[in-house]
Design a protein around this ligand. Structure first.
Ligand SMILES: [Zn+2]
Length: 413
């Protein structure tokens, strides 16, 4: 049954037809028309969408499929229609996008053969991306650029694109890029004048210039193959427009031209790296000063020194650094607390003692003051918290630990 009117005319997007069969596919209504220009999903190209209208009833065509067995084209609808005449409309921007990409794919596939001896082994077209897989894993960037260049030259030459049907025996004698497997029957050939001849059932433009533009977006290795992502026509233009807008914004923000943008960003990244390192150095110097101040104000604790301080809204990592600096001074116990939404107690003791001060044991009763916050540690360092606590509560928790320390210090003396 040959009801595929798009085989000979891929530009008709509105037509009258008759519903000759009504059926159901997976619970959805579907119809067969006496002839149709709707393209069914096949050969890597997605189906058309559109609508069928019958008097004042209309149904959207949500899927188009080929029935196994008799190869009939079935239009899956979102509403029930009855046998009789319909006027049909195909979503033209979607169809034309498919035509531009399918023709663009033929051109690009032939270009890769000529430039890199790379054969196309599969083709994928979706609203999000269009790709071909090539049978070479080691494509160079130069080969990809050369194929892209040749493909666009073929677009600019506006070569005619024609379709014709031939017997398989005849097709076997022609220089086809791709001969589908099978025996007998007739094959539909797509001929891009003096450039590419291949068997294909898809929809194509009439002249290569209608493809508009072919741009390779990405190449990636896939096992023993390469996947080339590209876009054509309106999609390529939309992509160019979006990238141009982004570049304009970047150029204005960095007050530099397109050519200088990469170097400009490199410079900014270097600068930011240097500044971050400098900032870290300065912060460390400030922390050392703060540690010195705290050590000068330390309370005696037997032969050792006790530093107790509530820090307000400080990063936990910074408070930990401060505790480490204090402990490094020798013979010091540092009880630090950070008040705030995620309050923390940070206790540290010098490696050389005092031996009676065990930070892990000290932090537990102090955390109990915070309402049972979680935490713990070993002899020389301990930490805990995580829940909100104000300055007064943190001070009370440090008092509990300090009192315990003093008691222990007196016992030792
Ligand atoms: Zn095709």
């Amino acid at each position: 049954m040959n009801d595929r009117a798009y085989y000979t005319d891929s530009y008709t997007s509105q037509f009258d037809a008759s519903i000759v069969e009504v059926l159901e596919i997976d619970g959805r209504p579907a119809v067969r028309l006496d002839h149709t220009y709707f393209y069914p999903t096949s050969g890597g190209q997605p189906h058309d969408t559109g609508r069928l209208r019958q008097g004042n009833r209309a149904a959207q065509v949500v899927d188009v499929v080929v029935r196994e067995g008799d190869e009939a084209i079935l239009h899956v609808l979102d509403a029930l229609l009855t046998p009789g005449s319909v006027d049909a409309a195909i979503d033209w921007p979607r169809r034309f996008d498919h035509m531009q990409h399918h023709t663009g794919q033929h051109i690009l596939s032939q270009a890769f053969i000529r430039v890199a001896e790379a054969e196309t082994i599969s083709f994928h077209l979706s609203p999000q991306s269009v790709t071909i897989d090539l049978d070479r894993a080691d494509l160079s960037a130069e080969e990809v650029r050369a194929a892209e260049q040749l493909a666009n030259e073929v677009v600019w030459q506006n070569r005619p694109v024609t379709a014709r049907e031939v017997a398989r025996e005849e097709a076997a004698t022609l220089p086809l890029r791709k001969l589908p497997p099978g025996r007998g029957g007739r094959l539909r050939l797509i001929d891009i004048a003096d450039f590419d001849l291949t068997a294909c059932g898809g929809t194509h433009v009439n002249g290569t210039a209608e493809v508009g533009l072919i741009k390779v977006l990405k190449t990636e290795r896939r096992g023993s193959a390469s996947r080339v992502e590209f876009c054509c026509g309106a999609r390529a233009f939309a992509d160019y427009r979006a990238k141009h807008d982004a570049i304009q914004q970047l150029s204005a923000a960095l007050t530099t031209g397109l050519a200088e943008l990469p170097a400009s960003v490199d410079r900014l990244q270097d600068e930011s790296k240097t500044l971050r390192a400098e900032l870290k150095r300065q912060q460390m110097a400030l922390l050392r000063l703060e540690a010195d101040d705290l050590l000068r104000a330390a309370e005696p604790l037997g032969a050792a020194r006790l530093v107790r301080r509530v820090l307000n809204s400080r990063e936990t990592a910074e408070a930990r650094q401060l505790a480490t600096l204090l402990a490094a001074a020798g013979g010091v116990v540092a009880l630090l607390g950070v008040a705030g939404e995620r309050a923390q107690l940070i206790f540290a003791r010098s490696a050389d003692g005092p031996a009676f001060a065990h930070m892990g044991e000290l932090v537990k009763p102090a955390l109990a003051v915070l309402g049972g916050a979680r935490g713990g540690g070993g002899a020389t360092s301990a930490q805990g918290g995580g829940s909100p606590a104000d300055e007064a509560t943190i001070a009370a928790a440090l008092d509990v630990a300090a009192a315990q320390l003093r008691a222990a210090a007196n016992l030792v003396e």
